[in-house]
Ligand binder design. Structure first.
Ligand SMILES: CC(C)(COP(=O)(O)OP(=O)(O)OC[C@H]1O[C@@H](n2cnc3c(N)ncnc32)[C@H](O)[C@@H]1OP(=O)(O)O)[C@@H](O)C(=O)NCCC(=O)NCCS
Length: 460
């Protein structure tokens, strides 16, 4: 549980270490460190592809400065982040610092290297005007102490070949083509489909390094699996309305093929596009099953499948989120109900977030909302009539008028609930949020809930 505690002092580096900007000249050192941190060696082809995918200019590292700790200049810590725009409830896209490539040499662990890199990450992200930071967690315990809350889930499910799907009008008007994935041919096409998504948590690979990272995952040195393929669904005008990235792996038992199709990323924009896409992927030759590792909780495929039990859905954590600027983040999203509450926020790393915040909503009107300076909208249509927008302001106790605080919560809980997939009420019931005014937690919960289950469009 996050406590209402004093902010931590900022430390640039632990004693004996020195931070630095990562540059392409340090690539070999970065690969060596990556192998130390993650134990899995990178294959030669992957090394080349990933070098182009690294967010140079946003990557920082830590080196040895004190010879008693090792050879001075040796790289012992790395982190990078991608600059992305993420959909929040209501359809706004906010500037997001997507943390990735975090690793510390096992011989230098537990000395505060990660902690100082995180402080640096927050400070630089805020300087760039980014409202939140997001990540996918290899070990979720680590990031909770830095204020990241689990904000989204995804479902992993396995569908048998030929699994029956409900019919959807308009499906037969759509066409599907299957191609080998390439950066040149498909990056823009995938971004076009991603831009149509209004699901909270959805993002567009709108940076060159990220698009390159997708190409890097096309590279596959394992001989038993094919290179990444893409299925593209287009409407009669030839515009893409859905895509999925997939690989096939076939095991032969004598003359019998037992193949698995794995889909690690897909985006669909309508029910018909979804029906068309899965109609093809669930019936590829030589396959026995399709493993989908990235379904949103409310995805159309689970609604289309006639047999909902056989896929044996398993839920896993998806995006972890950390609000960097409470006021701007809370003002960028819409609310489903009107509220006027005072919320006490604790934030050990970012003192500007800490304190009492009044969140007071008013009905959303198309003409009133100016897009925040560092975001762009998915279009006014995404901000439904009937929604509310909030004015968020800091309030302070005075001797004469003590402030009534309705709820107290940590930045981790607020960040987890921000996209509307994790409810304030469930966090309160779990003892993670303190409710001071009876009913305030339920009210905030209902206001923050989202019409669509949040999920990222891709992993980074
Ligand atoms: C995880 C890792 C980055 C931590 O780096 P580090 O420099 O040892 O971390 P720090 O010394 O700065 O510790 C920061 C805090 O996190 C905690 N922490 C670190 N690793 C942890 C882990 N694996 N599980 C739980 N807590 C952890 C520390 O106890 C410390 O907490 P405290 O300050 O409250 O005592 C490093 O061990 C590593 O590279 N591991 C392998 C790769 C990996 O898992 N990367 C993360 C991918 S998402």
């Amino acid at each position: 549980m996050s406590k209402f505690h004093a902010a931590e002092p900022h430390r640039v580096a632990p004693e004996g270490y020195e931070p630095l900007d990562l540059t392409p000249e340090r690539w070999d050192d970065m690969v060596t460190l990556d192998e130390w941190a993650f134990t899995e060696p990178l294959q030669s082809e992957q090394r080349v592809a990933l070098r182009e995918a690294f967010p140079w200019g946003r990557g920082r590292g830590m080196t040895i400065a004190d010879p008693r700790l090792g050879k001075p200049g040796t790289l012992v810590g790395i982190r990078g982040s991608f600059g992305l725009h993420m959909v929040v409830p209501g359809g706004e896209r906010i500037a997001t610092s997507a943390l990735s490539w975090v690793g510390v040499h096992p011989g230098h662990r537990r000395r505060g290297i990660l902690r100082s890199m995180m402080h640096d990450h927050f400070a630089r992200s805020i300087e760039r005007g980014e409202y939140v930071s997001s990540l996918f967690a290899a070990e979720p315990q680590i990031y909770q102490r830095f204020g990241y809350g689990r904000a989204a889930w995804h479902v992993r499910a396995t569908f048998g070949r030929g699994a029956e799907l409900r019919e959807v009008p308009g499906t037969t008007d759509l066409t599907v083509r299957l191609e080998r994935l390439s950066h040149e041919a498909h990056s823009e096409l995938m971004s076009t489909v991603q831009r149509q998504v209004t699901r909270p948590g959805a993002m567009v690979r709108d940076s060159e390094p990220l698009a390159r990272e997708m190409t890097a995952s096309e590279v596959n040195d394992r001989p038993s699996e094919e290179r990444l393929k893409i299925a593209i669904v287009s409407n009669p005008a030839g515009e893409p309305v859905a895509y999925a990235l997939f690989r096939r792996r076939v095991k032969w038992e004598g003359y019998s093929a037992d193949g698995t199709v794995t889909v690690n990323e897909f985006v669909t924009t309508t029910g018909a596009a979804s029906r068309r896409l899965w109609g093809v992927l669930l019936d590829l030759d030589l396959s026995s099953r399709v493993l989908v590792t990235c379904l949103p909780l409310d995805d159309r495929l689970m609604m289309l499948a006639l047999d909902q039990r056989s896929p044996k859905p398993v839920i896993e954590d998806d995006l972890w989120l950390r609000i960097l600027d409470v006021r701007r983040a809370l003002e960028a999203r819409t609310y489903a109900r009107p509220i006027d509450l005072v919320v006490g926020v604790s934030d050990a790393q970012l003192p500007a977030n800490q304190g009492l915040w009044r969140i007071a909503t008013e009905p959303w009107k198309a003409t009133e909302m100016e897009p925040p300076s560092n975001s762009f909208t998915t279009g006014a249509a995404a901000r439904h009539d009937g929604a509310f927008v909030a004015r968020v302001s800091k309030v302070a106790d005075s001797d004469r008028e003590p402030i009534r605080v309705d709820i107290r919560l940590g930045i981790q809980e607020l960040s987890g609930a921000y996209l509307g997939g994790v409810t304030i009420e469930s966090l309160t019931e779990a003892g993670l949020i303190e409710e001071h005014t009876p009913g305030a937690s339920r009210l905030l919960s209902a206001a923050m809930q989202s019409a669509q289950a949040p999920m990222s469009s891709f992993q980074f």
